[in-house]
Design a protein around this ligand. Structure first.
Ligand code: ADP
Length: 398
């Protein structure tokens, strides 16, 4: 039996089929650039943990419905699913669960209504997630489908952390509060860190740093999220690939009054033209590091700002946790950039954070500790795996 994990976005469809027993991958991939002239369908087939085949196909895929058709045909033609009864369940990543969902749920009509009600909170993501759910329910009506929310893990935040210091009615009427995102990833790497440290996650205080194109930090106390850097939207917090993260909100009013930009253009500026890209014109950390090595000053500044801002969050979260057992790096940059990990940790020795440059300087494929032997705080690099976590939560739910 197998479990299918679906992450249906506005222009991409990511998927993974896993064996229900042991959650090993069978096939994983992505259809990207949906609705763009040349779409890309790429997938990898596994036997055990070994990759047996990698396939890339290019064609025009006009919309999400066609993308799903292509995916389901491929799953059936390649023989990995012979009948719909081969599926135990389908787990869907849903970005915004508002304050209604603190755990995964079996999808019913009323769950769909709630996800729909949260569209204003995630206007790009929730409709795309809903579309994927609708298609899967039509295609596999007898298979249980589960929604796993990106916001759910952070629902344990106390009110003092999730409220903004704004008038109460804005919270009551408009639900303006911190929700946080990347919850599945923060939860997954926290559990992996606990395994590596041979402790129960409920015994640990951790700071987890999810550093991908989007980036967020979470303060995890006794296994529960007590604060996180992304807010009501994924725009708040750390500096990201193209998002600005924390800025003075007054900048928005200033730009609205004094620049040529209209409201939507300011939104686009802060979401798509800021962050690393805004400072150095690139949002791929590999390229930025190369440029910085060649002395390009904007690339150097972008990396300095990126790490400086992460450090500020580590300081803040250390203060609220009181005791820190582990600092966890994950996602594309966290897992692969030795430079970023080193710059983030350097200067934090007085917090008990001592990185071992030699351990940091190796390519890391599985959860690994990179602190010195004397470091009171463990420093871990943990490859995230949101699909496995969604599959695990889906199984638990059904
Ligand atoms: P997404 O949020 O799209 O899932 P990822 O977690 O894949 O993003 O992270 C993408 C980021 O990881 C990019 O900035 C990319 O440059 C960076 N990255 C990937 N590999 C490396 C590497 N070897 N060194 C530095 N940065 C890397």
């Amino acid at each position: 039996m197998k479990i299918l994990v679906i992450n249906s976005g506005s222009s991409s469809l990511k998927f993974q089929l896993l064996n229900t027993l042991g959650l090993s991958p069978v096939i994983s991939g992505m259809i990207d650039r949906i609705g763009v002239k040349q779409s890309k369908f790429s997938y990898t087939l596994y036997r055990g943990k070994e990759i047996v085949n990698k396939i890339d196909q290019f064609s025009y895929i006009k919309d999400t419905t066609d993308a799903f058709k292509l995916l389901i045909d491929m799953l059936q033609n390649s023989g990995v699913i012979n009948a719909s009864t081969d599926l135990t369940a389908i787990g869907h990543r849903v970005v915004h669960g508002g304050d209604q969902f603190n755990q995964p749920v079996l999808i019913t009509g009323s769950v769909l209504d709630s996800i729909r009600k949260n569209i204003p909170l995630a206007p790009l993501h929730n409709p795309a997630n809903l579309k994927g759910i609708d298609i899967c329910r039509e295609t596999f009506p007898a298979i249980p489908q589960v929604a796993v929310f990106d916001t759910a893990f952070h629902q344990t935040m106390p009110e003092k952390a999730y409220r903004y210091p704004l008038e109460n009615t804005l919270y009551g009427e408009h639900k303006i509060r911190r929700y946080g995102f990347h919850g599945t990833s923060h939860q997954y790497v926290a559990n992996c860190a606990a395994q590596v440290l041979d402790k129960s996650v409920s015994q640990l205080n951790l700071i987890t740093l999810h550093l991908g194109n989007g980036a967020s930090a979470a303060a995890i106390q006794a296994g529960q999220s007590v604060d996180t850097s992304m807010g009501m939207t994924p725009l708040e917090g750390l500096m990201m690939g193209t998002r600005c993260g924390d800025i003075d909100p007054g900048i928005i009013f200033y730009l609205a009054r004094n620049s040529e930009l209209d409201f939507d253009e300011i939104d686009s500026q802060l979401n798509h033209q800021s962050g690393l890209y805004g400072i150095c014109g690139l949002n791929d950390m590999r390229e930025i590091q190369q440029q910085a090595e060649h002395g390009e000053k904007h690339a150097k500044l972008a990396i300095e700002m990126y790490c400086y801002r992460i450090k500020k969050y580590i300081g803040a979260y250390f203060a609220i946790l009181g005791r820190l057992d582990g600092l966890v790096f994950t996602a594309g940059i966290g897992e692969n950039s030795q430079t970023v990990r080193l710059l983030v940790c350097q200067g934090l020795e007085h917090f008990g954070i001592h990185i071992d440059p030699k351990k940091n300087n190796i390519t890391i494929n599985s959860a690994t500790e990179i602190q010195t032997n004397e470091s009171p705080v463990k420093i871990l690099v943990v490859p995230t795996n949101e699909e496995t976590e969604i599959a695990r939560q889906t199984l638990t739910c059904i």
